[in-house]
Design a protein around this ligand. Structure first.
Ligand code: FAD
Length: 326
């Protein structure tokens, strides 16, 4: 019997997030011929985003609009999604393993009485079986897990699966507009969201991350890292050591109690490589470590290690990239 899958497509600042297309790719990887994939978009003023999403291989785009969905509020989002879940009865739900996805997925899984597999980095098809791959213990072990029943809820780690591509013919998905019920009785209301990193690249989606640790020694010490990241079109991150020392905002923290990043290149500057930091960055494709201590544990997982003073090495790297990119 054919199956129906639903992705929850995240967007920000009027743009679809790349992880929405990675979630679509995950759903497509799980789908067989004849299965349908639908997308849910939540927010206000979604016409442009819905039209863009309709160019991807989808059966329908459900654009659910309402004032209470203007910014993320779990209660409002869950209430807005319930009628769609009831009418579609999806066999699978796919979300990004983002702050929103991590919050929504278990609540929706409970609603659907579904099993959930989180933080998926690869999907393998083995005959009729679909196996979901996810790292454990800061990437030290890999788990291969399968569902034994439907429905299923899956969250995908950003930057690991390839993003879905638009249909070559421009796409034919219907856009179904749905109005969220007015939320007069929400128990929590988001009054304002103050973006600390306005205009900057999202750390969890950046292809290049330049991260500083306690070795940067001051807020001023982050300047050379910002310059390098800016030149490479990347984002700046930090260890908790740097955040605790007050050199930067906790929004930049990478690790067990911070963000998990999986960029193509991670440049760790003045970071010792504590296990709690590795938990947030060991999935990076290429790791470059700059540390003046040749015994620093970060060199144990680095693909390229530079023993030296970051205040000498980082400007030299920036200069070399500037010349190469000129
Ligand atoms: P340090 O360990 O002090 O290392 C600084 C490094 O900079 C040293 O290796 C030094 O050789 C090098 N250095 C100094 N000067 C220079 C220079 N001029 N040039 C080059 N190198 C230089 N940490 C996280 O990062 N993320 C987390 O999410 C996190 N969660 C935690 C959760 C728990 C429950 C606990 C207990 C700890 C957690 N930590 C986390 C803290 C973690 O254990 C480490 O204390 C922290 O990662 C150390 O940060 P650091 O590497 O910047 O500092």
């Amino acid at each position: 019997m054919s199956k129906t899958y639903l992705i929850v497509a995240e967007h920000r600042d009027g743009k679809l997030r790349r992880v929405a297309l990675e979630a679509l790719r995950a759903a497509a990887d799980c789908a067989d011929a004849g299965d349908e994939i639908h997308a849910a978009l939540l927010g206000e003023g979604l016409d442009g985003l819905a039209a863009e999403l309709a160019t991807y291989p989808l059966a329908q785009v459900h654009a659910i609009e309402g004032e209470a969905l203007r910014v993320y509020n779990p209660e409002a989002y869950i209430r807005a999604l319930i009628p769609l879940l009831e009418s579609l009865q999806p066999d699978g739900l796919f979300l990004g393993h983002t702050a929103i996805g991590r919050d929504l997925a278990p609540a929706l899984a409970a609603r659907l009485s579904a099993g959930q597999i989180s933080d998926v980095t690869a999907i393998e098809r083995d005959g009729g079986n679909t196996v979901f791959v996810r790292p454990l213990y800061a990437g030290k072990a890999i788990e291969r897990r399968a569902f034994s029943a439907f429905p299923r809820v899956v969250t995908v780690r950003p930057n690991n699966l390839p993003a879905a591509e638009p249909c070559a013919d421009g796409g034919t998905a219907d856009v179904v507009k749905r109005a969220a019920a007015p939320e007069t009785d929400l128990r929590t209301v988001v009054r304002e969201v103050v973006r600390k990193t306005a205009g900057k690249i999202d750390l969890t989606e950046a292809k290049i991350v330049v991260a500083g640790g306690r070795g940067v020694k001051s807020a001023e010490g982050f300047k050379p890292l910002e310059e390098l990241a800016g030149l490479l079109g990347g984002a700046v991150g930090a260890s908790r050591g740097a955040c605790d020392a007050g050199y930067c905002d906790y929004g930049l923290q990478i690790g067990q109690t911070g963000k998990v990043v999986t960029p193509e290149i991670y440049i760790a500057c003045g970071i010792s490589g504590a296990i709690q930091h590795l938990a947030g960055m060991s999935g990076s494709r290429i790791i470059v470590a700059i540390n003046k201590d040749p015994e620093a544990s970060i060199f144990g997982i680095a693909d390229y290690g530079i023993v030296g003073d970051l205040f000498e090495v980082v400007p030299l790297l920036t200069q070399a990239f500037r010349e190469a990119l000129a």
